[in-house]
Structure formats: C-alpha cells, structure tokens
Ligand binder design. Sequence first.
Ligand SMILES: NC(=O)c1ccc[n+]([C@@H]2O[C@H](COP(=O)([O-])OP(=O)(O)OC[C@H]3O[C@@H](n4cnc5c(N)ncnc54)[C@H](OP(=O)(O)O)[C@@H]3O)[C@@H](O)[C@H]2O)c1
Length: 287
Amino acid sequence: MTNIAVIGTGAIGATIGAWLIADPALNVTLCARTSFERLRVQTPDGTLESCPRLLTDPDDAAPVDWAIVTTKTYDTPGAARWLDRLVRDGTRVAILQNGVEHLARFPQLAPDSIVPVVVDIPAERHTPGDVVQRRTGSMTVPTGQTGEAFAALFGASPLELRLSEDWRTAAWQKLAINCAGVVSALTLKPAGIAHDPDIAELMRGLVRECVAVGRAEGAALADDVEERVVEGYRTSPADSINSIHADRLAGRETEVDARNGVIVRLGARHGIDAPLNRMATALIRAS
Ligand SMILES: NC(=O)c1ccc[n+]([C@@H]2O[C@H](COP(=O)([O-])OP(=O)(O)OC[C@H]3O[C@@H](n4cnc5c(N)ncnc54)[C@H](OP(=O)(O)O)[C@@H]3O)[C@@H](O)[C@H]2O)c1
C-alpha cells in the first residue's frame, strides 16, 4: 500500500485527492487547514464522494511515501510545517503550484526527491470539501524515475500525466500565460478584456519580458508565444476569471510574486529589465 499525504484541500488538492482516494491501492490522508467531513468533487467523469482521512495539525502527521503540496505559493511556509512531519528518507514530494520556482521554494528538501508539476486542471472550490473540476486536464512532470513514479500514482484516474524531456520550457510556457493574466487582476475584468487592443498590447509586453527571461534561464520559447497567449485569452469564455483575479475579488493574498515578480527577480540575474512585470507586481501589492 502506498501512503500519500495531500497538503492543501482547495481546488487542486481536493480534485487530485479525490482521484487518488478512488484508487483502493492507495492510502490517502488529506492535510487540511480547514476541516470538513465529506469530500465531493464534480468531475467530467462523474461525481467522486468520500469521507476522507483528514488531519488539521501537522503534529498528528507521520512519514509517508509521497507528500503532494497543493497550497498556493504564498502558503509555502504552512506547507513546510507539514513536510517537516511527513518527510523521511525515501519520501518523494510533488509540488503542484504555479510558477517556475518549485524546487527553490523548498530548499530544505533534497532536489532529487522533488517532482515539480505544471498543473493544467481547471478547478474551483465552492465550500471546503466541495469542488468542481471543469475539464479532465493534465499534469506535466519531468521524465525520469521520480516523475514516472508520480505519474503512476494516477494510473487509475482519467487525468492525463505528461512526461516532459524539457519540463523547464513547459513551466515557462505556463508562466507566459499566467503573467499576462495580471491585467484582469488589475482591472478586475475577466478574460474578454484581451479584446481591447491597448490591453492586448500590454499583455504582449508582459509576455515579451517573460520570454526574454525564460530564454535566459534556458527555456526554449517560440517566437509566437506572445501572440498565442493573447489569442488564448481572446478565445476563452469572455467571463472567465483567472485565479489571481479571483484572489483579488475575494480579498485574499495573491500569487503575484510567483507569476510576475519572479520575472523581475530572475531577469535581474541576467541583466534583463522587466518594467511591465515590475509595475504590475507593485500595483497588485499596493492594492
Ligand atoms: N485551481 C486551478 O484551476 C489551478 C489550475 C492550475 C494551477 N493551479 C495552481 O495550483 C496551486 C493550488 O491552487 P488552488 O486553486 O488549489 O488553491 P486554493 O483553492 O486556494 O487551495 C489552496 C489550499 O491550501 C490550503 N492551505 C493553505 N495553507 C495551508 C496549511 N498551512 N496547511 C494545510 N492546507 C493549507 C488552503 O486551506 P483553506 O481550505 O483553509 O483555504 C486551501 O485548501 C496554486 O499554485 C495555483 O496557482 C490552480
């Protein structure tokens, strides 16, 4: 029996947790901040319901084979308190968060025990334990033993697990999409705002900076990324709200550092200025 702890029970933690719980070969514990009794996830393949094993105090946690981190990037210190109890020699840790700094966020862990995961599973939480998974979606992990072992955990689920020889590029491609989404968080207007030519130009500028820094970091980003990002926002439902926009609407902290600030910080290492991402980061922080 493989013992798995899922840290965080929001949109992504509840969704992947529900799929793992549905596999009787896996022994799953949810590590939550907010308790609930029933887990109910509406998926494109039907509703998954269970009464999960759930802990709310890291002191009650014991070492596991796999720890899966699904908190927002700004809640990494809270996730680290769980990892202190869950990780022993041989534990592997998967980081399901946005951004490109999955390993850097967890310096206390051995890098070869970590699987960084690019998550493309649109999901939203209505109340604790009640989540909607909008599309089957996929997760992208690096090729190699640990990435393959992580993918195997989801063998009984319909989730698509992609093994990438060039995970870094996959992560920067996602960052290119995410960094442009800050315009919605700033204007509090959903994706349809990309039809405004001035806003589209601003999005291209944000992405251009991301591409320059990503290439300096070794990502193989194509020349048409900025156009594809704008087109992606224009062809998504005009009323769709990205997560940084949703966080602002809810008065929560945001992942702006992981989505925009990172472009400024990593750019500085390479002598690349990123003034649009710097301004967006400062405005979100000040708002
Ligand atoms: N949702 C999506 O569609 C989506 C898609 C792709 C990537 N992502 C990325 O995936 C990551 C997770 O996003 P999400 O949408 O699942 O966020 P979310 O719905 O806000 O869930 C985060 C969860 O972490 C929990 N948490 C925070 N601190 C904790 C602690 N100390 N101990 C235990 N749990 C703790 C929160 O607890 P509470 O229940 O108390 O709030 C919440 O359940 C983010 O980096 C996001 O950008 C999300």
